[in-house]
Each structure stands twice: as structure tokens, then as C-alpha cells.
Unconditional design. Structure first.
Length: 163
């Protein structure tokens, strides 16, 4: 009877942990893709704005009224470029993309380690085994959260010291 209860506890903990890991993998994969797209978009927008400003300011063959309009457009693009660059620097989508990719890969590795332990050992898995995996899971999440907090606090402290 006691062994049955222990096996039920182990099975419950294992199912909980596997579900948690799978949910986090899906979440970090989704965030990874979103931040990769944002990083690419912001980089391309800044490159295109920079190129357009250069071209617009370099056009000398237009008449005077057209030159004024082109310079005004270049000014607006230049302001937009400053806004996009600042936004990208503050949120640093590339850094988030790489961190979320790393986290997702670590969670997939943990999932693989659990599956490896289970192959042929279903009845011999101990609660201690599951608890070790759970602590590793928590450590992966803690590391990612700490990274994000440090990155945001550095940016916030830089902004407050400039004022």
C-alpha cells in the first residue's frame, strides 16, 4: 500500500513537471520568435530610414520647392530613426531573442534528460530524481528572470543618471 502511494506521488510530480516544462517551452519558443521578428524589423527600419535620409539629402537635381519637401521628409525620417533606435536600444529585442532561445534549449535538454531517465526505468524512478529535475527547472527559469531584471535595471539606471 505504501509503495503504491509513493509511486502515485512520483507519477503526479512527474506529470506536473512534464506539463510545466512543455508549457514553458511553448511560451519561450513563442517569445523567441516574436523577439527575433522584432529585432529584424527594427534593424531593417533603421537601415531603411538611414538610407532614405542619405538619398533624400543627396538629391540636388530637384527644384527649390521639391528640395524643401525632400528635406522635410528627411527630417521626419531622421526623427523616426532616433525614436526607433532608442526603442530598440531600450528593449533590446536581439538580447531577448538570444536569451529566450537559450532558455528554450535548456528546457528541451531537461525534457530530454527526464525522458532518458524514464526509458526502461518507470518503476525505479525515485522522488529524489524528480525533485532534482524540478530544481533544475526552477534554476533555468530563475536564471532567465535574473538576466531580464539585470538588463532592465541597467537600462533604467542609465536613463536616470542621464537626467
Amino acid at each position: 500500500m505504501e509503495d503504491n502511494k509513493i509511486q502515485e506521488t512520483i507519477s503526479s510530480k512527474l506529470k506536473f513537471l512534464e506539463a510545466e516544462i512543455e508549457e514553458r517551452i511553448l511560451s519561450f519558443d513563442s517569445k523567441r520568435v516574436l523577439n527575433r521578428k522584432r529585432a529584424f524589423t527594427f534593424k531593417m527600419v533603421t537601415v531603411m530610414c538611414s538610407g532614405a535620409v542619405t538619398i533624400l539629402l543627396g538629391i540636388h537635381s530637384a527644384g527649390e520647392p521639391t528640395k524643401i519637401i525632400l528635406k522635410d521628409i528627411a527630417l521626419l525620417l531622421s526623427v523616426s530613426l532616433t525614436i526607433f533606435s532608442t526603442w530598440d536600444t531600450f528593449f533590446n529585442y536581439r538580447e531577448l531573442w538570444t536569451k529566450y532561445t537559450e532558455t528554450s534549449n535548456k528546457l528541451k535538454e531537461l525534457k530530454s534528460d527526464i525522458n532518458y531517465l524514464l526509458v526502461g526505468n518507470e518503476g525505479n524512478v525515485t522522488e529524489e530524481n524528480i525533485d532534482k529535475f524540478y530544481y533544475k527547472y526552477k534554476e533555468i527559469l530563475k536564471n532567465t528572470n535574473s538576466h531580464w531584471i539585470k538588463a532592465m535595471s541597467k537600462k533604467t539606471s542609465k536613463n536616470t543618471t542621464k537626467q
